[in-house]
Design a protein around this ligand. Structure first.
Ligand SMILES: Nc1ncnc2c1ncn2[C@@H]1O[C@H](COP(=O)(O)OP(=O)(O)OP(=O)(O)O)[C@@H](O)[C@H]1O
Ligand SMILES: [Mg+2]
Length: 633
């Protein structure tokens, strides 16, 4: 065959310089593109051979590096191409794809294409990022074909000539340019291939031309990754092993779900619930996206909702458009369907675990709770399935759903805990609320659920404002604000007013600022509790507390200072004694110290003393004990 020259009809003259420019961003994707093309060619050959009842050799893709010659050779035994195929698919069609890419890059005015290039099937022409001469040798599977040789130096001219290729398939020879010699190292090439091609469906072998044949007997990839397998044939250990392969540094996953759907879109994958790592940002995506077993991206943002970013694993779908911009991805109907499907499956698998193995569900709640609440806030469908399955720790450190909580309320309190159709839920802020209050409620058989200060302020608010059909309505009340309503035994009388005045005298008047004596934040109230054990506790306005929590969880800790009220229980013996000593008039200083001590104890029982308050507390306590012990002598 004689040599024939041709030229690529270009509308964008600067296409090659632009392709080369990406050299410094994600230039290693050329390998993914070539292996993906080889894979397609092998699949096509297998399909055609089946219809023609032909036998085909075992599929394989071989990559050979030659440092001396500065070449990388990629061969496949796929369907091969005739000269006119190369002309049509490589010189014309593939080129128009690349041309469109360049146009998009120009339109979007993006300086560095790193973000887009990995998503865009730049295809065959990405080789010119690393090579200054690319050759194709191909023999088509069509009966009586002659092999063809094509070469192009990264400009618009190309040449066809005779080829000596005698086996069906395609061999691409890349003459690596000066800037890309790192790829001439077998280990570097292997690492690149493992990144993109670890789960490609046909075996890939990598060799250095100087290796002995027995050196590279193993393929670098797993041709049948876990997500392609039938879940019925898989054991727990298989999933754990696969997870270890994907995330070698991570702890064992808590549980997983296997996704498989063919209609109305294709999707396969495995999603894992990892042990939560609070040190890692939650807005980073951990799910790997594949398209026909070819790695596409580490980031599925805009494909699945943010709350699913806490999951890890793999999704593989041919129905996720890879070459459109991020923002239009969200509007894509297939992407929307896929996203909804994943949410549904995740909710179903949580529901299944809840029903079939509640103890296990409770064990992993610490890790999945945040995820479930975040998901419920973000997605109504998810919320509908999960609301009755969100669990809270009760006062006995046992888990309860809101339904179980309301069911546990003693008959004597049924009226107080329900107004019209709204159920009250008493909550207790972990490490903040006064523990003695919880004990007091519990002696009456009333529980309080424990809440955190990350997601719970948002979640409680969400439940109160988003009623679900056929599900009860809830109103959350903090334990300190509610205990008076629940446990107050009798109305206050004149004696009680005196107690209030006594405490106000020592505690309110003391801290005068520019704004007057009340500005210190303590207010005094009387609360006659049935249980006389606690002398006093702090009550916080529910609404103010919510505002403050919200502000805090958004990183604004000083926006809403919360005003606290010290509730004094005149039924308590210490309070009674203080009143008696005061009335006797002999030891006013002692009474003052007792008042402070009562306040300090209430502070310790709730949020605890701040650093500077500690010193004062120790000093006062020493003085108090000294005075009392002197009196006892
Ligand atoms: N190894 C190969 N064997 C047979 N045909 C090939 C091979 N490599 C490329 N081709 C042909 O060249 C065409 C262009 O390849 P290119 O990678 O540029 O685009 P594509 O694979 O069609 O799409 P994508 O943008 O997803 O890569 C392919 O569609 C195929 O017909
Ligand atoms: Mg391709």
């Amino acid at each position: 065959m004689s040599t024939r020259k041709g030229s690529i009809s270009v509308k964008t003259n600067d296409i090659f310089p632009i392709i080369k420019k990406w050299l410094y961003s994600e230039h290693d994707i050329f390998m993914r593109e070539l292996v993906a093309n080889a894979t397609d060619a092998i699949t096509k050959r297998a399909t055609l051979a089946r219809t023609l009842n032909q036998e085909v050799a075992a599929p394989e893709i071989r990559v050979v590096v030659n440092k001396k010659e500065k070449t990388i050779i990629i061969s496949d035994n796929g369907l091969g191409m005739t000269e006119s195929d190369v002309e049509k698919y490589i010189a014309q069609l593939a080129f128009s794809g690349a041309e469109e890419f360049v146009k998009k890059m120009k339109d979007s005015n993006i300086e560095k294409g790193g973000d887009i290039i990995g998503k865009f099937g730049l295809g065959f022409y990405s080789t010119f990022m690393v090579a200054n001469l690319v050759e194709i040798d191909s023999l088509s599977m069509n009966e009586g074909s002659t092999p063809t040789h094509w070469s192009c130096q990264g400009d618009t001219e190309y040449t066809f000539s005779a080829s000596t290729k005698d086996t069906v398939g395609t061999t691409i020879t890349l003459h690596i340019n000066e800037e890309s010699t790192e790829f001439l190292d077998k280990w570097k090439l292997q690492a690149t291939l493992k990144n993109f091609c670890s789960f490609m469906p046909y075996p890939i072998f990598v060799a250095d031309i100087e290796d002995k044949p027995e050196d590279n007997k193993d393929s670098i990839n797993d041709t049948k990754p876990l997500w392609k397998k039938d879940p019925a044939t898989l054991k727990d250990e298989d999933y754990k092993e696969f997870f270890r392969k994907l995330y070698p540094a991570e702890q064992e996953p808590l549980f997983w779900l296997h996704l498989k759907v063919d209609h109305p879109f294709t999707l396969e994958g495995v999603l894992f619930f990892p042990k939560i790592n609070f040190n890692r940002p939650f807005n980073e995506s951990n799910i790997k996206l594949y398209c026909k077993q070819v790695f596409v991206s580490d980031n599925v943002k805009n494909i699945v909702p943010d709350f699913l970013n806490l999951l890890k694993g793999v999704i593989d779908s041919t129905d996720i458009p890879l070459n459109v911009s991020r923002s239009s991805l969200q509007g894509d109907p297939n992407v929307k369907k896929i996203s909804n499907y994943i949410i549904k499956k995740v909710a179903e698998s949580l529901k299944k675990l809840y029903t079939s193995d509640r103890p296990r569900y409770e064990t992993i709640w610490e890790d999945i709770g945040m995820f479930v609440k975040y998901g419920s806030i973000s997605d109504t469908k998810f919320d509908e399935v999960m609301r009755e399955r969100v669990i809270f720790k009760n006062s006995e450190n046992k888990f309860a759903t809101l339904g179980e909580y309301t069911a546990s309320i003693p008959a004597a309190y049924a009226d107080k805990m329900k107004t019209e159709s709204v159920h009250k839920v008493v909550y207790f802020e972990k490490l903040k609320s006064d523990i003695s209050l919880r004990t007091q409620l519990l002696t009456e058989g009333l529980h309080a659920i424990e809440t955190d200060d990350h997601i719970d302020p948002h979640y409680l608010q969400h439940i109160e404002t988003h009623k679900l059909e056929n599900q009860p309505e809830y109103k959350f009340v903090t334990i300190d604000a509610e205990i008076g309503n629940l446990l107050a035994s009798e109305n206050t009388n004149e004696e009680d007013i005196k107690v209030k005045e006594l405490f106000a005298k020592f505690l309110v008047g003391e801290k005068t600022t520019d704004e007057g004596p009340m500005a210190a934040g303590v207010d005094i109230e009387i609360g006659k509790l049935k249980n006389a054990q606690a002398p006093a506790f702090f009550k916080v306005d529910e609404q103010m507390k919510r505002f403050s929590q919200m502000a805090k969880s958004m990183g604004n800790s000083n926006m809403f200072p919360v005003k606290k009220t010290l509730v004094i229980n005149p039924n308590n013996n210490l309070i009674k004694n203080a009143m008696k000593i005061w009335n006797a008039g002999k030891h006013p200083l002692l009474v003052e110290k007792i008042c402070h001590h009562v306040e300090d104890l209430a502070t310790i029982s709730s949020e605890g003393l701040k650093h500077d308050e500690k010193e004062l507390f120790v000093k006062r306590t020493q003085e108090l004990i000294e005075e009392l012990s002197t009196l006892a002598l």
